[in-house]
Design a protein around this ligand. Structure first.
Ligand code: ADP
Ligand code: ZN
Length: 520
């Protein structure tokens, strides 16, 4: 099947002149008949990747989609474009279901959308086994993995379902989130055969990524929203209490603000969501309960009031900005307290050792992202394993950071040497206390006041020293062990610095914000 026809279909049915780069490879792979795993950000255009091949295949494409609420919209849009599609879900009557199955049997449908739970029903399997199914497209495929953040047991029935079909269809799986473990799970648990994997478009050019440290968060958020009243924005906060508080403060400032979290009634939440979609409210303050299935194209900013638990969640949430391709801001307000909160949440969550271990590892990647001085887009692409040219994006907060770079090689040497003398058995704050020359009981009990590195950084505050240590962690000179009380360890790059073979630079920290704002 040729790609030229695919492009013609794209123009004819969707009115788009061309595929996006990521779409091209995926469509071509599916047209070659290969199992394909496509990793694309929300808004990247996944649906077209399987819809166009669906038009070109002989038989039916069965789309497995977890969100009943979205199926109708998707199918309506397809029908409007003149494509014969239908969905089957629990909102339909028995007769409607039968009509649609009959249409599929008669070859009248190109696409049929179903929820994964349906694949578990014997009668449905039997019906499908009699059809000519060319392709099974699995949306939100990360749900098959327990590593992911929204595991759905019913996704495990995709593979047995496919095995029960008369002819093995082409399998296409899509998701916006993919760490190496999740990618592996998707391939294994969906039983993809020799799949081609494409990771694309995570670094959308229109998204300006920023990490802000040391801000007065509350002031920052209120000021930002107040100076962007003509734009739609989402503010994510960690707790319901914080959501309520921020929302109230925004409203007190006369802003059209709403809120969304799991503590509200279904009605209240639906009302908030509608109001946001239709621009009756411009800014919505929400927990991470908000967003699954939100398709609002003109969100101009997404602010994270707290650091999320991992990069997957962050990208998913931040990626709700700028789906229309217009320049948009993704701002992450980071404070060290967020690390404590996330660790607390991991500890609270009853789960086995391996899961916990994994959660800590992911959290550390998130923390590293918050401290990195590298281009944020490149840091993100590296994390998700997307190939990229090493050119910095030029728009993120690292790239546009015009603060002076200072040589901190000597400080780094002091820190490394101190960690070495403390036998790599202590955490960031303890190392900072020793370098500061603190008289804290714990420092004295261990006799660290007798170390030659005791107090060698006494011109700086413990907080500043800890910041520098965190930067050195994110740059890979140091590593933290896992667990609730991680220990700082030296990495090989630190050895090079100690031996004078390598220089270290850091941006001059901005002066702390005046405390006047706290009084307001
Ligand atoms: P996803 O499912 O990845 O979140 P969608 O499939 O909903 O993304 O597509 C996101 C938006 O991008 C939609 O508005 C869609 O019409 C648009 N889009 C997709 N592909 C193209 C393209 N090749 N050219 C222009 N717009 C596109
Ligand atoms: Zn950058």
């Amino acid at each position: 099947m040729d790609f030229h026809t695919a492009k013609q279909f794209l123009q004819k049915y969707y009115g788009y002149p061309d595929f996006r780069d990521g779409q091209k490879k995926i469509v071509a792979s599916l047209l070659e008949g290969r199992d394909t795993l496509g990793i694309m950000p929300t808004g990247g255009g996944k649906s077209i990747c399987y819809q166009i091949p669906a038009l070109m295949y002989q038989g039916l494409t069965l789309v497995v989609s977890p969100l009943i609420s979205l199926m109708k919209d998707q199918v309506d849009a397809l029908q409007t474009a003149g494509i014969s599609a239908a969905y089957i879900n629990s909102t339909l009557s028995g007769r409607e279901v039968n009509d649609r199955i009959r249409a599929a049997r008669g070859g009248e449908l190109k696409l049929l959308y179903v929820a994964p739970e349906r694949l578990e029903l014997d009668w449905f399997r039997d019906e499908m086994a009699q059809l000519d199914i060319s392709c099974v497209a699995v949306d939100e495929a990360h749900c098959v993995s327990q590593w992911g953040h929204d595991f759905r047991t019913s996704y495990l029935s995709v593979a047995p379902f496919v095995r029960g079909l008369a002819n093995r269809p082409i399998l296409a799986a899509f998701t916006a989130t993919a760490t190496p473990e999740v990618m592996e799970d998707m391939q294994r648990l969906l039983r993809l055969q020799d799949p081609q994997v494409f990771v694309t478009g995570l670094g959308r050019d229109n998204l300006h990524m920023s990490v802000l440290r040391g801000e007065n968060k509350k002031e920052y958020v209120l000021d930002y929203a107040a100076s962007h009243t003509h734009e739609s924005g989402i503010i994510y906060a960690a707790t319901r209490k914080e959501v309520d508080d921020l929302c109230q403060r925004l409203q007190l400032r006369g802003l059209a603000a709403g809120r969304y979290h799991a503590g509200m009634s279904d009605d209240e939440r639906a009302t908030s969501q509608e109001a946001f979609l239709y621009d009756d409210i411009r800014v919505i303050v929400a927990t991470n309960a908000f967003g699954m299935g939100i398709d609002k194209s003109n969100v101009r900013y997404v602010i994270h009031y707290n650091m999320p638990k991992n990069m997957e969640s962050y990208i998913q949430e931040a990626g709700r900005a700028g789906r229309d391709g217009e320049p948009s801001q993704c701002l992450l307000l980071f404070s060290a307290q967020d690390i404590m909160t996330q660790k607390f949440l991991i500890e609270q969550n009853p789960q086995d050792g391996e899961r916990k271990h994994n959660d800590y590892r992911k959290l550390q990647h998130m923390i590293d992202y918050c401290y990195t001085t590298k281009c944020l887009r490149n840091a993100m692409l590296d994390y998700f394993g997307e190939e990229h040219h090493d050119e910095p994006c030029g728009t993120c907060s690292s790239c546009t950071d015009d603060r002076e770079q200072v040589d901190i090689t000597v400080d780094a040497q002091k820190i490394f040497s101190c960690i070495h003398r403390m036998r790599e058995r202590f955490g960031v704050s303890m190392v900072a206390s020793v370098l500061k020359g603190s008289r804290a009981k714990k420092v004295l009990e261990y006799g660290f006041d007798r170390l030659p590195t005791y107090g060698v950084m006494n011109g700086r505050t413990e907080k500043e020293i800890a910041e520098t240590i965190n930067v050195l962690i994110s740059e890979g000179y140091l590593a933290l062990s896992e667990g609730q009380y991680p220990v700082v360890r030296l990495q090989s790059a630190a050895g090079e610095v100690l031996r004078g073979q390598r220089q270290v630079a850091q941006r001059v920290p901005r002066p702390a914000k005046a405390s006047s704002s706290q009084r307001r």
